[in-house]
Design a protein around this ligand. Structure first.
Ligand code: FES
Length: 167
């Protein structure tokens, strides 16, 4: 009895019946369609997703009262707000955004004023205009002390000039 060998001889890929030129071109075509479809989906997703600018939260912690010595004015650049601690120890938070055209004002410790670098407006340490062209005082925001003894500023609440936080 003769023994049959099930193994077929190996052929080079181009002569293999399972790898024809047609098969190769079909694979290239399907790949191109797949890449085009995927690219279109990515572009569509980018177009449909909202174009949102992330703003910092309106209510935020600024640390314990001990961070701010009496008589200090501290600019929180990220939140664009001055944390003012009076010599008597109470606090208030002033917007650092100039009421003229919105530049960020700076605290000038040597003069004891807030000055805008853009068009020269000046404010006193309570935020009142002492030199234009700013038309209004700097808004004052609500402050509180949380359960952990951290100062909290809430820029969504504008308070009157006489409102302060006593700690
Ligand atoms: S933006 Fe401040 S003076 Fe114009």
């Amino acid at each position: 009895m003769e023994k049959s060998d099930d193994k077929k001889p190996m052929l080079p890929p181009e002569q293999s019946p399972s790898f024809s030129r047609r098969h190769f071109l079909e694979l290239i075509g399907m790949g191109a369609i797949g890449v085009t479809t995927l690219g279109g989906m990515v572009l569509s997703a980018e177009y449909l997703s909202p174009n949102v600018v992330k703003e910092p939260p309106m209510r935020f912690k600024i640390g314990p009262p001990e961070y701010y010595p009496p008589g200090s004015v501290t600019l929180n650049k990220e939140q664009k707000v001055f944390i003012v601690r009076a010599k008597e120890g109470y606090f208030y938070a002033l917007s650092a955004v100039c009421t003229h055209l919105g530049c960020i004002a700076n605290w000038k410790a040597e003069e004891g004023i807030v000055a805008c670098p853009c068009h020269g407006s000046k404010f006193d340490r309570e935020g009142n205009v002492i030199a234009g062209p700013a038309p209004r005082p700097l808004p004052r925001f609500a402050m509180s002390l949380d359960d952990q003894g951290q100062l909290v500023v809430d820029k969504s609440i504008v308070v009157q000039e006489e409102v302060t936080l006593k700690v």
